[in-house]
Every structure is written in structure tokens, then in C-alpha cells.
Design a protein. Structure first.
Length: 269
């Protein structure tokens, strides 16, 4: 299987899916314990949820699971949220803090370096090239990082997560108009809750690629999985009626971003 799936579109918008992949090479699969083999921390069905919402958008999707190595993490291993519970480049536990590896199965430093080279680096090389291509074509690239997570995970955060969690690194990763284009839809969506730069402020991808003055706008949307799954538990089935309702909101966000792009390109120094 390819390390990533890339579709080059005609829109200034790029959709990134770092955590929907479920491929685990057999030699790594054998090192997971029974809990790890559930792959519970997948962003279940997110690439399907966004499919066709903005036909011209470029898309990139990592096909391997985040337990192999997390392409959404800083390759140096630096934590995005110092002082808070989180998971690393190669997680030792799931999001509940429960071990995912059989005894002796966790990767050593050399193995992590190998996985960085085999999985992490190619994904980001392709994403970097696509950002540059889109920016050259449109004068601006808007990178929309697509995520989901269970609504209740006491190990990571208190209480119940809002449905829409918009992250812009506290407003530093994009122009105010980009932030508003997404968050205004989330805030106005009937029957949904939302937060801006709450527990999830935008991950390493959002922060690493951000260059608003240079024509690269980045924003992350972390969806609570209750918005689109039958249940936030195995087998993590997609709920068609929930998904249809949610897709209308996501589509409006993406369409607003695409419509905004020409004015962002004109405003670029």
C-alpha cells in the first residue's frame, strides 16, 4: 500500500487527513497487544465525510495508522501541549492512557527514526510540495487539517468536548477572515456546540505550515465523533443521517474558504 494518497485539485483549498489510515504493517501489528489492535484512536471515516464537499480541493491522506507513527506530530518529538496528557510520535498508550503494545513491543529510538524516514517524511514532503503548487497557482493556499476524536476522554480533557473544535494557534495560523469563515459556520450551526482555540488549538501541521503573510493559511477542525458515528465505540460505524446533516455544515465552511481565497491573495504583500 502507498504511504499516502494524494489528489491534486484546482482549488486554493487543501484538505489533509493525517489520522484516518488503518494500515499497520504485519511486523508492527504483531507487536500490538489486544487493546492496540482495536485501533481505537483512528479518525474514523473522516475522509469519507468530506468526500465531494469541495470537488476542486486537493486532498492528502496518510494510509498508515497513527500507532505506526503519527504524522500530525513534530518529528523532533516535542509536545504540542506541554504539561497536558497527550500521545507522542509513536504512542505508548491509547487516548485513555491504556498500553497498546505487547511486552517489549514498543519501538526503540532507532525504529522510531526508521519510521520517521519511511512514513512521516514522505507524507510531509508531498504536503509541502502541494502547498507550494497551490500557492503558486492561486497566490494563496488554505490548508484545512481534518480531524475527529471521541467526545469524552478524561485522560486528555475534562468534561464533554464540543462538536466543532476550531484551532488557529490562538489566531496566529491564519488571517482573521479565514478563522471567521469556519468558526462563524460552526457557531451558527443549529444543534451543535463549538469552541475556538479550546483544548485543540491546531496541531503541528497547522503551526508548521502556517505563513499567512507569505500566502499559506492554516486551520484545524477537530470534530467530536458523536457528530457522525452511531456510537463512539467499536465497530465505530458511520451514521448516515448524522453524516448528511454534518456534511452540510462542513461544505459551507469549505465553500466560504474557497470564496475568500482571491481576496487573501490580493492582500498578500
Amino acid at each position: 500500500m502507498e504511504i499516502f494518497e494524494l489528489h491534486r485539485g484546482t482549488s486554493p483549498v487543501i484538505l489533509a487527513f493525517p489520522h484516518t489510515g488503518t494500515c499497520v504493517p504485519p511486523e508492527i501489528q504483531d507487536r500490538l497487544n489486544d487493546n492496540g489492535k482495536i485501533l481505537a484512536d483512528t479518525d474514523w471515516h473522516i475522509h469519507q465525510l468530506y468526500r465531494g464537499l469541495l470537488p476542486g480541493a486537493s486532498t492528502i491522506r496518510a494510509t498508515h495508522h497513527r500507532y505506526v507513527i503519527d504524522v500530525g506530530r513534530d518529528p523532533t518529538g516535542v509536545s504540542l501541549y506541554p504539561g497536558q496528557n497527550t500521545t507522542g510520535l509513536v504512542p505508548e498508550t491509547d487516548f485513555d492512557g491504556v498500553p497498546i503494545w505487547a511486552e517489549g513491543g514498543f519501538a526503540d529510538a532507532a525504529e522510531i527514526e526508521r519510521r520517521l524516514a519511511v512514513f512521516h517524511a514522505p507524507y510531509h514532503a508531498a504536503l509541502t510540495a502541494e502547498v507550494e503548487r497551490v500557492r503558486a497557482a492561486h497566490g494563496v493556499a488554505i490548508l484545512f487539517d481534518c480531524h475527529s476524536i471521541r467526545s469524552n476522554i478524561p485522560f486528555l480533557f475534562q468534561g464533554t468536548l464540543p462538536d466543532f473544535n476550531v484551532g488557529t494557534a490562538d489566531g496566529k495560523s491564519c488571517a482573521p477572515a479565514v478563522e471567521a469563515a469556519v468558526y462563524d459556520v460552526a457557531r451558527a450551526a443549529e444543534g451543535y456546540s463549538s469552541v475556538l482555540n479550546g483544548r485543540f488549538k491546531g496541531g503541528w501541521t497547522t503551526r508548521h505550515y502556517s505563513n499567512p503573510a507569505g500566502g499559506v493559511q492554516t486551520i484545524q477542525l477537530e470534530l467530536a465523533q458523536a457528530t457522525h458515528l452511531v456510537a463512539e465505540a467499536p465497530p465505530f460505524e458511520l451514521d448516515p443521517s448524522k453524516s448528511e446533516r454534518l456534511r452540510a455544515q462542513l461544505g459551507e465552511m469549505l465553500q466560504r474558504l474557497e470564496a475568500l481565497a482571491p481576496s487573501l491573495a490580493e492582500a498578500k504583500p
